[in-house]
Design a protein around this ligand. Structure first.
Ligand SMILES: [Fe+2]
Ligand SMILES: [Fe+2]
Length: 429
């Protein structure tokens, strides 16, 4: 999330905060009507929420956090009704421990409070007055329907409020945020309210017995964490392989890293939505991974390449896209990789696409890629100067490159540094 929030995101935060505060006030009134024993129980639930929230899992690329405290919130909803909103203060306490920004602390607490209160309202509407879930209520069809509905309301409001704010703050598509954040962990996420029912039932039978669910909660936490760790590790492995390939030649060391940086500049200049920009930049970071299939004798052949050798080189975008298609974090960028050697005039490869038929991300990477290839030659062979490189990029506008992308690149170059991008991202690795 950027530090300067767009107005729409700010408006959403204000809306959720207002609704959250209202529900907190209503819920606290219910809380004050409870017995001292219930207050003690809710205090224990709050401590458990603080512990669970301290170990939340942040899911890339939008850093939406998932926490097993959902179980405790929902268990408290079924046990204490609207009074359970006080647990939102436990979330705020965890955020203070984690040194979150005040705006995030307030938004998170308001979001939990709103989700808890609405869910409790559904539960209480069906089971008025509040009927704590026990073994006998599990036999009731009405009570089962009530907790299922309350659970759906709880999960929906909780996830909806967060994904909307992330999408607005990052100028990203809501569907993309939902897909990227919850892909692979939907089962765990939907399991959490169900475990909440278990907490409520156990609490009704013997208050201390709800500790029995502590172990399953730890298991769910590690299951979520493993999914996220695997995603991170897979991305790192792919990047390391791309870097290793580039070390085969001194002129290509850190080529992809620089291409990714130039790509980021162009995306910012073109004001692409953050989710699209992130996809294009991460594809740029590994755009030549398919060169793993090109032998050194072909890749670094000093003389002219034969038609057969050219055929091998031209396969690398397709091979790269094939490798990345099976990696969740790069799957969205496979078309960028496949088409990064297409030309605006249709004379590129592998598919000979032209104009806007070429994915925008691929048109951007094409400019960044060509610029870095020429810059590296300038640094290592000293046979081309910076103004010649820029003149060549300009000359190829409308032929090899998309004119809009060239304009954005040259604009970004001039705006960032009067001496050109090389000052910021030296070609020497
Ligand atoms: Fe390439
Ligand atoms: Fe490249």
């Amino acid at each position: 999330m950027s530090t300067r929030l767009p107005r729409a995101a700010l408006a959403w935060i204000v809306l959720i905060t207002c609704l959250g505060t209202m529900t907190l006030v209503l819920g606290v009134q219910e809380f004050l009507r409870l017995t001292p024993l219930d207050w003690t129980a809710l205090a224990l639930f709050s401590i458990a929420v603080v512990i669970a929230d301290t170990y939340r899992v942040h899911v890339l690329p939008y850093h939406v956090s998932i926490t097993v405290s959902t179980v405790l919130y929902f268990g408290a909803v079924l046990t204490f009704g609207q009074a359970a909103v006080v647990l939102a203060l436990g979330c705020a306490a965890a955020d203070v421990v984690l040194r979150k920004a005040p705006v995030k602390i307030i938004f998170n607490a308001a979001n939990w409070s709103l989700a808890v209160w609405c869910s409790a309202l559904v539960w209480e509407t069906f089971t008025n007055p509040v009927m704590p879930v026990g073994i006998e209520t599990l036999r009731s069809a009405t009570a089962t329907a009530a907790w299922l509905l309350a659970g759906i309301v709880f999960v929906f409001i909780n996830a909806f409020a967060v994904t909307i704010v992330v999408a607005l703050a990052d100028r990203a598509n809501v569907r993309n945020v939902v897909r990227s954040s919850f892909e692979g962990i939907v089962t765990q996420f939907l399991t959490l309210p169900t475990l909440g029912v278990l907490v409520a039932v156990l609490y009704k039978e013997a208050p201390i017995a709800f500790l029995i669910v502590a172990l399953p909660l730890v298991a769910v936490h590690y299951s979520l964490k493993n999914v996220e760790d695997t995603r991170r590790q897979t991305s790192l492995i792919i990047e390391r392989i791309a870097d290793l390939l580039e070390r085969r030649d001194v002129a290509t060391v850190q080529h992809s890293e620089r291409v990714a940086q130039y790509t980021r500049l162009i995306c910012e200049e073109m004001q692409l939505p953050t989710d699209l920009a992130d996809t294009v930049v991460s594809a740029a970071r590994v755009h030549d991974i398919g060169k793993i299939g090109v032998p050194d004798r072909v890749l670094f052949k000093p003389g002219k390449l034969t038609d057969q050798e050219w055929g091998v080189i031209k396969r690398h975008p397709v091979d790269g896209a094939d490798i990345l298609a099976v990696v969740t974090t790069y799957a969205a960028g496979t078309r960028v990789v496949r088409h990064h050697h297409e030309r605006w005039d249709g004379k590129g490869y592998p598919d000979g696409l032209s104009g806007e038929a070429i994915p925008l991300g691929a048109r951007i990477v094409a400019v960044a890629d060509a610029y870095d290839a020429m810059s590296s030659r300038r640094v290592y062979r000293n046979d081309i100067d910076e103004s010649t490189i820029l003149a060549e990029i300009r000359r190829q506008s409308g032929a090899q490159f998309d004119p809009l992308v060239v304009d954005a690149f040259l604009e970004a170059l001039g705006a960032r540094s009067p001496n050109g991008v090389l000052e910021r991202f030296p070609a020497v690795g």
